[in-house]
Design a protein around this ligand. Structure first.
Ligand SMILES: N[C@@H](CCC[C@H](N)C(=O)O)C(=O)O
Length: 277
């Protein structure tokens, strides 16, 4: 099987082209591809398929030619992957499979159509609007952190650290505890600390994330969107730009005056290959 490897701020993906929807990817195959010792290694798989050729995306085929079929490293399906959309777009354009129009390139995902705009090394995506909807808590070791539940198409719990707890001190090798009644399908948990002012942003934060189905990753685009929404809300700002620093680099979240939410950051293809087993 031919594959391409790519990443967005270190959130890395195995990309499998399946334009006509001829391939079945089982959870076990996805987990094997993503295995960092016995496989290619990745936080997830992006299957590149025409929306019209996949029953999960047929509803969007009139609005977007291509469907990002995203799977987590453990083989589970997720509704959205913000870094994945950018890497997916880079793949389509680099391979000549799509060309963005003046308004950008629509991409179908399991949580609807998003639109990607190429800006050199960076790709900016008009995302589905995040919805901050409930209070929750996360536990890491003996510590409990209050947080806000945010729906970005996929579920997030954003926790601002308190009492001088520092991001590097958190052990995210194990899944944080969370309220399974609130998040019946699991959750991606973001831990956030405020940062000093940076040029071009209204707010600046640093975050780490434990992703549902993938463990701690170097970056999570939908997580950054959730964090940006909570940061703007807590600052009392309706619109603004939030610089979000992750272990893998910086993403920028913007809520503009037309009520659009944007996620921007780099997207890189690093290798092509072929699996042998
Ligand atoms: N890394 C992604 C999110 C991938 C899906 C997530 N693990 C889930 O299960 O919801 C991103 O960049 O958004």
């Amino acid at each position: 099987m031919l594959f391409t490897k790519g990443h967005g701020t270190g959130n890395d993906f195995v990309i499998i082209a399946d334009p006509d929807g001829a391939r079945t990817l089982t959870p076990a195959q996805v987990a094997a591809l993503c295995d960092r010792r016995f496989g290619i290694g990745g936080d997830g798989v992006l299957r590149v398929v025409r929306a019209a050729k996949d029953p999960d995306a047929a509803a969007w085929a009139a609005d977007a030619e291509w469907f990002m079929d995203y799977r987590n490293a453990d083989g589970t399906i997720a509704e959205m992957c913000g870094n994945g959309v950018r890497v997916f777009t880079r793949y389509l354009v680099t391979r000549g499979l799509a060309e963005p129009g003046p308004a950008g390139l629509p991409i179908a995902t399991r949580s609807g159509v998003v639109v990607a705009v190429l800006e050199g090394d960076s790709i900016r995506v008009h995302m589905r609007s995040p919805r901050v909807y409930a209070a929750g808590t996360a536990t890491v070791g003996a510590l409990t952190f209050p947080g806000m539940a945010v729906d970005c198409g996929n579920p997030h719990l954003v926790c601002v650290l308190h009492d001088g707890v520092e991001l590097p001190s958190l052990d995210l090798t194990v899944e944080p505890g969370f309220d399974r009644g609130l998040f019946t399908a699991g959750v991606n948990v973001e831990f956030v600390v405020p940062g000093p002012p940076v040029d071009g942003a209204d707010l600046h934060v640093a975050m780490r994330v434990h992703e549902r189905g993938s463990g701690e990753t170097l970056s999570c685009g939908s997580g950054a969107l959730a964090v940006g929404a909570v940061a703007l809300r807590e600052a009392g700002l309706d619109t603004g730009v939030v610089a979000v620093d992750l272990p893998g680099g910086r993403l920028t979240v913007t809520h503009d005056a037309e009520d659009r939410w944007w996620l921007a950051g780099p997207a890189v293809l690093v290798a092509d290959g072929e699996t042998l087993a």
